[in-house]
Ligand binder design. Structure first.
Ligand code: FES
Length: 406
């Protein structure tokens, strides 16, 4: 079913490429400029978007081994992902039950036990408290009630989704609106996790707008990859999650080919975003005379910083092939290139927008009829911010629209 959808959407994009056309939204969209810097609005976005939605926290291939773990801070919450000896992924607040120390320093690895650096209480991979220093002297304690605090977590399409609020309603399948079946085509679960790098940027929405925006590609990126790219975009949505493709010359390679022979990398082309903070982009690595290579992915997960003015993006790199030593140089060069593009072009511009928007000189930002994706993204953020209760929040995703531009 999802394969048929990929073919159908590719055929639609091919028709637009041949005709030199692009579908448009009904009207121009307008977003209050203050939404990008107002501290009250920002706090609502933290509480009602980032503290409630399932976020992309890792990858099955990054935490493949039993007893592998990943400790990180996400929107101010210390999180510990832990794959148990049973293979099951669990997530916890990375905070000791004794007096609140962060138990595991940020990073990844494998471990049988997590030992708190303050007074050496220890926990197993399933978050159970299994060791209390000088237990007889400490006093009697129900250890079963003093494990690490669990957080909601689930794996779909090779991605680890987690929420930041214990006991929060967490219905990952309703939230994904069928998008996980589309993401399966990237086969992240069988990829190799190559590594990550970090970029600091402006307000999370200033930064995220850029991932949905092809309008700027040949302009802002004129000195890097831009000249080869069209500024036209087509947006397909599964609830709040959007795939962006371009009816540009690349898709014309399909002309004359039977749909059964359309290559996978063309069928899955474009930027795949996962609301509210993730973007997936594929590229090829390889060179003549260098054996191996193939498709790689940059999965960018974007998190708000400590204030409305800052964000941090982690660029994760996944390879659909076994990266040989001979390919290392090529992969590292591509990583350095993508870091430079995002840091020196996208976020350089974003940081300047962040300074300018706070002047109050403009009261609204505009999203054209050719920028339907940005319009939809801000509409969803607004709806989540307006949803006061957990029930209101959950209801937003029940039967959410799956909409393809024609
Ligand atoms: Fe962790 Fe005391 S705070 S053992």
């Amino acid at each position: 079913m999802s394969s048929a959808t990929l073919v159908e959407l590719t055929r639609r994009t091919l028709q637009h490429a041949r005709a030199g056309t692009v579908p448009l939204a009904a009207d121009i969209g307008r977003v209050p400029a203050a939404n990008y810097y107002d501290p009250d609005r920002w706090q609502l976005e933290m509480d009602r978007v980032f503290k409630r939605t399932p976020l992309v926290l890792g990858f099955a291939c990054e935490l493949a081994e039993p007893r592998s773990f990943k400790a990180m801070e996400v929107a101010g919450v210390p999180v510990l992902l832990s794959r148990g000896a049973d293979g099951q992924m669990r997530s916890f607040v990375n905070m000791c039950s004794h007096r609140g120390s962060i138990v595991v320093p940020e990073g990844t690895g494998t471990a049988r036990r997590f030992t708190c650096p303050y007074h050496a209480w220890s926990y197993d991979n399933e978050g159970r408290l299994v060791g209390i220093l000088d237990r007889d002297e400490f006093g009697s304690l129900e250890v079963d009630c003093h494990g690490l605090t669990p957080l909601p977590v689930a794996e779909r399409a090779g991605i680890v989704f987690g929420a930041l609020t214990p006991d929060a309603p967490f219905d990952i399948d309703t939230y994904l609106c069928g998008y996980d079946a589309m993401l399966e085509h990237h086969e992240f679960a069988s990829c190799v996790y190559v590594g990550s790098q970090t970029v600091d940027g402006p307000n999370w929405k200033v930064a995220y707008d850029g991932y949905l925006d092809f309008y700027h590609l040949p302009i802002l990126h004129r000195d890097t990859f831009g000249p080869d790219y069209s500024n036209k975009a087509i947006y397909d949505a599964w609830g709040p999650h959007q795939r962006v493709t371009s009816p540009d010359h690349r898709i014309l390679v399909l002309d004359g080919l039977d749909a059964d022979d359309w290559p996978a990398d063309v069928l899955t082309a474009g930027v795949w975003t996962i609301f509210p903070h993730t973007s997936v982009a594929g590229f090829k690595v390889g060179a003549e005379g260098v054996p191996g290579g193939g498709r790689m992915y940059m999965v960018s997960t974007l998190f708000p910083g400590d204030s409305p003015d800052t964000s941090r993006t982690i660029q994760h790199f996944l390879a659909a092939f076994e990266p040989s030593e001979q390919l290392t140089e090529l992969i590292e060069a591509q990583q350095a290139f993508l870091l430079r593009v995002v840091r020196d072009e996208d976020y350089y511009t974003g940081n300047r927008i962040q300074r300018a928007v706070k002047t109050g000189a403009k009261t609204e930002f505009l999203f054209g009829r050719n920028e339907a994706g940005g319009q939809r993204f801000h509409g969803w953020v607004d709806r989540l911010v307006a949803a006061e209760t957990s029930e209101d929040f959950a209801n937003l995703f029940v039967g959410a629209e799956v909409a393809f531009q024609r």
